[in-house]
Write a protein that binds this ligand. Structure first.
Ligand code: RIB
Ligand code: CA
Length: 313
């Protein structure tokens, strides 16, 4: 089986960083055609810098990294320095990137790549707000039918929200973009808080990262040491939830996850519930299913895979 061709769309963010490292450590499973950066956890200048820092940490400076949209489609940008720190990658002390950003806008790269590759051969993996993806779909509707699948981190149902009582951060930052993507008809696999809050970096798991005694293993341990404090304080959880690496792990071992193919729509009208993923988990409506909405994870299997692959870097 040839490796799956993907574009990672991301707003690093420590958990994005771990997702990118897992992808770059798994060439037999994943071919990263490029990384497109979006404003989210921190502003675009930092997300596009952090993505390159992570590629160099993985020893892959040849990966093409593009800067994309610096604000949501129709709302002011909301960032998450309170979770990820001022740099967006607080924790380890990593050198500034030597590799350049690619010329050209991330949205153009997404459009050009989907037009150039065979239909159904490229998977989009958004790990942040969906602004770049939605902009590409609006600008070039012909590419929508060419996408193999979108595997994204975002939303929540049983878990509610993490930035408002009802909305998860990636969807909340750009609900209009999320609405475009969820209505696009592209096959969706969604990793919501319902599953990512079960992928917790306990002390034992973080010690295993550190025990790799490699720059990548130590950096990941330092990243999660930093960004766990927000969730531990808020939820009393045992460690940092590794949200975005659930996307990459799904591409490698989908059997780690369980969920339901249901209808999921985005609240874009009420400010009270703006950005809520209205998931028809109990199928009480006649709205057509449009997403594989995950709820379960083999957490030990997930961390075994992640640790084994990080050891390769
Ligand atoms: O709500 C968690 C999501 O928001 C993750 O992707 C995290 O990196 C932030 O982007
Ligand atoms: Ca992210």
């Amino acid at each position: 089986m040839p490796p799956r061709k993907i574009i990672i769309d991301t707003d690093p963010g420590q958990d994005d960083a771990v997702a990118i490292l897992l992808a770059l450590a798994s060439p037999e499973d994943i071919e990263v055609l490029g990384i497109t950066c979006v404003a989210g956890n921190v502003p675009l200048d930092l997300t596009s810098k952090n993505a390159r820092i992570v590629c160099e940490l993985a020893g892959k400076p040849q990966v093409r990294v593009f800067a994309g949209c610096d604000r949501p489609l129709g709302r002011d940008l909301v960032t998450a320095e309170h979770v990820h720190g001022k740099t967006g990658l607080d924790g380890p002390d990593l050198p500034d990137p030597g590799m350049p950003l690619q010329d050209g806008h991330a949205v153009e790269f997404i459009i050009d790549t989907l037009r150039a590759e065979p239909a159904g051969s490229v998977t989009l993996c958004p790990l942040g707000p969906l602004t770049n993806i939605a902009t590409a779909f609006e600008k070039a509707p012909d590419i929508v039918a060419k996408v193999q699948e979108i595997v994204l981190m975002g939303g929540g149902y049983f878990e509610g929200g993490n930035i408002t009582p009802t909305a998860e951060f990636n969807i909340y930052v750009d609900p209009q973009a999320a609405d475009i993507v969820f209505r696009s008809g592209v096959p969706l696999v969604v990793m919501p808080l319902d599953v990512t809050h079960k992928a917790l970096v306990t002390k034992r798991r973080n010690d295993a990262f550190r025990a790799l005694n490699t720059p990548a293993g130590i950096a990941v341990a330092q990243m999660t040491d930093f960004f766990e404090r927000f969730d531990k304080e808020k939820y009393g959880s045992e460690g940092a939830p590794l949200h975005d690496p659930c996307v990459t792990a799904y591409l490698i071992k989908p059997e780690l996850f369980t969920g339901r193919h249901i209808n999921v729509e985005i609240e874009v009208t009420s400010e009270l519930t703006m950005g809520m993923t209205v998931a028809d988990w109990w199928r009480v409506t006649d709205r057509a299913p449009n997403a594989m909405f995950m709820g379960g994870i083999d957490a030990d299997g997930f961390f075994a895979l992640l640790t084994e692959r990080l050891a390769r870097l």
